[in-house]
Write a protein that binds this ligand. Sequence first.
Ligand code: NI
Ligand code: MN
Length: 228
Amino acid sequence: MKYTYYGHSCFAVEAGGKTLLFDPFISGNPLALNIDIHSIKADFILLSHGHGDHVADAIQIANNTGATCIAAAEIAYWLQAKGINNVHAMNHGGAVPVDFGTLRCVNAVHSSSLPDGSYGGNPLGFVITTATGNFYYSGDTALTLDMQLIPNWAKLDFAVLPIGSNFTMDVADAIVASDFIKCNKVIGVHYNTFPPIAIDTAKAVTDFEAAGKTLLLPAIGETIEIGS
Ligand code: NI
Ligand code: MN
């Protein structure tokens, strides 16, 4: 699998023969000025919840790429009202076959409203299995015991977890989450974009090392190969 970081919680994973783009927030991110959203390719756009720092560029990139947008039902219908017809509405507990493998929507402990104040439904995490590997993106969430269910559904090759605290888990809780999901290879997101989520990244990496785990923090614009 290939992972490309676009800043904040926006990343693409090439897996199962498709390109999956998550939580596009680029044009409003001062750290992602080098990223041209018109250069981003996607077969699917997955939105964990409705907050602006996760959906800001979704409509633009959906229009550019023709990608299928997968999100909570309320967000999917909001996109349809904005002219995006290629949507797949889901909710917690849904586990379905998709072109790239299987997709399961799991709990995230957070909130979800859309930029215009519309109700965004439940915030989601995603467990994805493909022919080329499996991964979990938690979305914005607190640490939750529900994460202990995830190993029942997938043997993960890596997980993408927020580490910035204030709005989500911090590094210490992400380390516990990594125990719950039985996956020692974590890619950190949702840190350093704004002052409330600024962290000491060197300490974050050594804290993971001390727990016998790996925290990967690719640079914005960087692509890494990742697998088991
Ligand atoms: Ni959020
Ligand atoms: Mn967020």
